[in-house]
Design a protein around this ligand. Structure first.
Ligand code: ADP
Length: 223
């Protein structure tokens, strides 16, 4: 099964994807994480991508499409995957179809802007294991130290207020059209992203079950 997670920054796509990975062993492909890894490795494409990301703008399709295409060709994607943060535009959705990917369902996560900004400003990520915390809703026991691996926590450069507003604007402008695109294809399900991550996760499970996907390659989702 191939799922797409759509939604504004801070809505919790990464957290819910991580829960799916933990519970069902599915593969999560986060375009943002792939880009951040490319930056860390010091690749030329990463240096270019960082300029766009730090300002809250979309990275050029040439970079993102190549990265996604290479990732989905890996053997661990054979049984399906969750795309988190890709596609973000109608053009990317069409490019994805061109890669031969047949998407089963698109989950569109929705939340009020004020709540989104609150979630983003509180987001802290472990440098070592990548676990996502929130100073308000899911704090660590010791300030800025990961509960799991004692790694140091950091605030993403694009989680600073200037970039956040731009990311929300870009989302409104570009991704709204994508929701319309998948809506016309009757592929979309809207998920209320308010409440705890466990509550949101349960809503996703319900939607996936209602869509009847539990018997076709994702039998573990019923367990
Ligand atoms: P968020 O969804 O919270 O904005 P991500 O980690 O998904 O966070 O993305 C961070 C940044 O990476 C985006 O603001 C954008 O600059 C870049 N990015 C991620 N995915 C894409 C994509 N599909 N197309 C273009 N740029 C992307």
């Amino acid at each position: 099964m191939i799922l797409i997670f759509l939604g504004p920054p801070g809505v919790g796509k990464g957290t819910i994807s991580a829960k799916m990975v933990e519970r069902f062993g599915v593969v999560q492909i986060s375009s943002g994480d792939l880009l951040r890894a490319t930056i860390q490795l010091g690749y030329e494409e990463g240096i270019e991508a960082k300029m766009y990301m730090d300002r809250g703008n979309l990275v050029p399709d040439s970079i993102v499409n190549k990265m996604i295409n290479e990732r989905i060709a890996k053997p661990d994607c054979k049984n399906g995957f969750i795309l988190d943060g890709y596609p973000r535009t109608v053009k990317q959705a069409i490019d994805l179809e061109g890669m031969g990917v047949n998407v089963d369902k698109v989950l569109s996560f929705v939340l009020d802007d004020s709540e989104l900004v609150g979630r983003i400003s509180g987001r802290r990520i472990c440098k070592r294991c990548g676990f996502i915390y929130n100073t308000r809703t899911n704090p660590t026991k010791e300030i800025d130290v990961c509960d799991n691996c004692q790694g140091e926590l950091f605030l993403r450069d694009d989680d600073r207020p200037e970039a956040v507003m731009q990311r929300l604007d870009v989302h409104r402008e570009k991704t709204a059209k994508l929701i319309e695109y998948y809506g016309k294809k009757k592929m979309i399900a809207t998920i209320d992203a308010s409440g705890t991550s466990d509550e949101v996760f349960e809503r996703c499970m319900q939607t996936i079950k209602e869509a009847g996907y539990c018997d076709c390659g994702v039998t573990s989702l019923t367990q």
